[in-house]
Write a protein that binds this ligand. Structure first.
Ligand code: 5AD
Ligand code: SF4
Length: 471
């Protein structure tokens, strides 16, 4: 039954795409040139993946992608995980207003996490009336339908869903890279870490069927993809809500068997649910990359409790040890929040201690940002800004030293690199990644893009290596 509903919804959307295609073609005849589109993506990999789907739909309608934010259709895929992300969107909108005044035919769309917040949508309706369509995280598959509604009417089209249990398969998607691709394995989050707005804007956890995931990856591999990044807010709880439950580790084992697929990455695992079964699968795998992004958020058990992370400092460190014992060459990266309400100097020193003990390859460090509606937003003892800044700088120092030491450790070795692009600064060099996600630059040519080649790592430069193709 379920499959039928999926098919009919995607069919409905293909019909809207066809109708919009006629509209786009008429418009471009009038203008004497193709209609262009541009998507600006804020935030995480999940949003990047959504943007690939949105671009796929736009291309199906006949739009041609452009780098310019002056396109005929401009879409902002927004993020709201920290206040800064929101401010950036308003900045861009201010700029777009002037462009639209000169080009009144232009269409502007807003979607993504920020649009799931009532106050944001209210503000846009009042102060940014030139916006044409607004939708959220649960209904991106409706882009063509919403655009059709917009061109058939005159007002702003707003369609935000509070939550959904629907997963619409089989829609177009346009990959940014020919050789690697993100693959959603689940949507939403049920963890409710006390600082985090994600569970409110991305809804409840729901997993895709393993068959749909495997078929998507097989099709990607047939189309030249060698590396997939499995995406979910908490991949360790993959499969729990399926009619026939399976674990994330079992899913990985099935994906491993796909012929032609060379590398498997995943993000993000929550430390509280990382199972021994998964560690064994990581250890036995030939394809899963030697990299675990394991967000710690804080090293203080007291703060972790207030964050509702559901592990202690000791449990986290023990987990790292257990992974290292079975996967000795593994690289760890992490996310850390500085200045959570009530964080004392002692709490902060616990975080510094974890950073020193784990020896991360790199850390994504964030200053705590209050998100209205989350439990942490009303917690007492906010940390003063100067104290946060001082802690943040001290943390960066320690993180930088640890990364440098870690990245140095492979100098002289020959390792496989997946070549991603011609180097931004020097066209005689190409840039690729080791299995542990560290970048390598070495002399090469465009034809190498998408290939995995052995490279001698000659020199470590802090966050990357300079190398040479092995003989
Ligand atoms: N303030 C600061 N950082 C946050 N993150 C999530 N919510 C907040 C917030 N309110 C960080 C966490 C998470 C990463 C994606 O963003 O570290 O792992
Ligand atoms: Fe946010 Fe925690 Fe869910 Fe990650 S696991 S998205 S930090 S609530």
């Amino acid at each position: 039954m379920e499959d039928l509903t999926y098919t009919s919804e995607s069919q409905r959307q293909y019909d809207y795409m066809a109708q919009m295609k006629q509209w786009v073609s008429k418009q471009s005849e009038k203008m004497g040139r193709p209609l262009t589109c541009h998507i600006t993506t804020f935030g995480c990999q999940m949003n990047a993946k959504d943007s690939e789907k949105l671009l796929g739909i736009l291309q199906q309608m006949g739009y041609v992608e452009t780098e310019e934010e002056t396109a005929d259709f401009v879409l902002f895929n927004t993020c709201t995980v920290r206040e800064n992300a929101n401010l950036k969107v308003y900045g861009h909108l201010g700029h777009l207003k002037k462009i639209k005044q000169k080009n009144p035919h232009m269409l502007i769309g807003l979607c993504g996490c920020m649009m799931q917040e009532d106050l944001v949508v209210q503000k846009i309706k009042e102060s940014y009336k030139f916006v044409d369509i607004i939708f959220g995280t649960h209904n991106i598959f409706k882009l063509a339908e919403l655009m059709k509604n917009r061109v058939d009417s005159n007002g702003m089209i707003v369609d935000i869903w509070k939550d959904t249990d629907q997963i619409v398969e089989d829609l177009p998607s346009e990959r940014k890279f020919s050789f690697k691709c993100g693959v959603n394995i689940m949507y939403g989050c049920n963890n409710f870490c006390s600082y985090c707005i994600v569970p409110y804007v991305r809804g409840r956890e729901r997993s895709r069927n393993p068959e749909d995931i495997i078929n998507e990856i097989k099709a990607l591999v047939a189309d030249g993809v060698v590396e997939v990044m499995l995406l979910g807010q908490n991949v360790n709880s993959y499969g729990k809500t399926l009619e026939e439950p399976i674990t994330f580790a079992q899913l990985l084992q099935r994906i491993e068997k796909i012929e032609g697929l060379e590398r498997i990455r995943f993000m993000t695992p929550h430390p509280k649910d990382l199972s021994d079964e998964l560690i064994d699968v990581l250890a036995a795998s030939q394809k899963i990359c030697n990299h675990v992004h394991l967000p710690v958020q804080s090293g203080s058990t007291e703060i972790l409790k207030k964050m509702n992370r559901r592990y202690t400092k000791e449990q986290y460190l023990d987990l790292v040890e257990r992974i290292r014992a079975k996967v000795p060459e593994v690289s760890f990266t992490t996310d850390i929040i500085v200045g959570f309400p009530g964080e004392t100097e002692e709490d902060f020193l616990e975080t510094m201690d974890v950073v020193k003990k784990v020896n991360y390859d790199s850390c994504y460090t964030f200053i705590y940002s209050k998100r209205t509606g989350t439990p942490a937003a009303v917690m007492p003892d906010e940390v003063p800004e100067e104290v946060i800044k001082d802690r943040f700088n001290r943390l960066l120092q320690v993180v930088g030293e640890a990364s440098k030491k870690n990245v140095d450790r492979y100098v002289g070795r020959t390792m496989n690199v997946l070549v991603e692009m011609v180097n931004d600064h020097d066209e005689n060099l190409v840039t690729g990644r080791l299995t542990n996600n560290v970048l390598v630059h070495f002399p090469g040519c465009r034809e190498m893009i998408g290939k995995i080649v052995p490279v001698v790592l000659k020199e470590a430069k802090g966050f990357y290596y300079l190398g040479e193709l092995a003989e």
